[in-house]
Design a protein around this ligand. Structure first.
Ligand SMILES: CC[C@@H](C(=O)O)C(=O)SCCNC(=O)CCNC(=O)[C@H](O)C(C)(C)COP(=O)(O)OP(=O)(O)OC[C@H]1O[C@@H](n2cnc3c(N)ncnc32)[C@H](O)[C@@H]1OP(=O)(O)O
Length: 255
């Protein structure tokens, strides 16, 4: 079996690619652990200029937590451990010292939408769809995505996206300000690299300085506290029968 995550570098872009297309790039424990390691590597490596998070294939960017594994988490204490670990990954990504891009090559669902929210920019292939569907599973965003979404969008639009649990087209997500650009039909990485071509000539120290100015707009310790509350709230909901039943419906749907 291949790697569940790939780290690749071109002359300008550093890619972290989720590589579990058979599970719509769902995130399990190993992926969480590898994301921690890779983000530390990117932060410490002095030459990386722009981090792009994407998924393998054309179906999915990321379908959120791996329900074939996480359905075994039954109590709030069990759920907390996993949710807390992944919320730390997303905070690390949010606060990374270089610009970050979520390249939506397909569906970004549940925790996949949270992962996209942690990035500075979201570019979407035309077939992409985005949904904070957690409410349909009788939980809330458990990785800190709601707090980050409130920072990224007008609070009313963020609130609407979260409450509706709706799956939005790339174009609808652009209208809400979640997606900055819907890409054309060519290879998604080529499209994204063309979109950011003007950045190539900008010195790394300038890119890093502007990223810092962007981060300065957010009180990061306050954001961390809000994310912590989100993790705790989701852990409590995770324990309920209604959540376990909803996950079971998903797991049994093809049997
Ligand atoms: C845990 C944290 C929490 C958070 O904080 O946000 C979450 O992320 S909860 C998880 C939220 N995600 C979901 O509820 C998505 C569940 N998946 C789907 O709704 C659909 O699979 C899809 C993503 C809309 C794609 O639909 P479709 O294109 O029709 O493909 P399939 O449904 O046939 O899926 C193909 C294959 O992938 C497996 N799969 C998909 N998503 C997950 C997942 N999240 N976890 C584990 N496995 C997943 C799916 O089971 C299929 O495999 P087979 O059954 O073996 O064919």
């Amino acid at each position: 079996m291949g790697n569940k995550l790939n780290l690749k570098r071109t002359d300008f872009f550093t890619y972290i690619e989720l590589n579990r297309p058979e599970k719509r790039n769902a995130i399990d424990y190993e992926v969480i652990e590898q994301l921690h390691v890779m983000l530390d590597e990117v932060k410490e490596k002095q030459e990386d200029k722009c981090l792009v998070i994407t998924g393998t294939g054309e179906d999915a960017f990321c379908s959120g937590g791996d329900l074939s594994v996480f359905h075994e988490l039954y109590t709030k204490e069990d759920a907390y451990q996993m949710l807390h670990q992944m919320s730390r990954v997303l905070f690390k990504l949010y606060a990374l010292n270089i610009p970050t891009v979520a390249l939506l090559n397909g569906l970004a669902i549940g925790g996949g939408a949270e992962l996209a929210t942690a990035c500075d920019f979201r570019l979407a292939a035309p077939q992409s769809k985005i949904g904070f569907v957690q409410g349909k599973l009788a939980i809330t965003t458990g990785w800190g995505g709601a707090s980050m979404l409130m920072e990224r969008l007008r609070p009313e639009d963020a609130f609407e996206m979260l409450l509706s649990c709706q799956i939005y087209s790339a174009q609808q997500a652009k209208e809400l300000g979640f997606v900055q650009q819907v890409l054309g039909n060519n290879d998604v990485k080529t499209e994204a690299e063309n979109h950011f071509s003007a950045w190539r000539n900008v010195p790394l120290q300038v890119l890093k300085a502007y990223k810092q100015r962007k981060l300065d707009r957010t009180n990061l310790s306050s954001l961390k506290g809000r994310i912590q509350k989100e993790v705790e709230e989701c852990s409590i909901l995770w324990e309920t029968d209604i959540h376990h039943q909803a996950v079971e419906v998903f797991r049994q749907r093809k049997r």
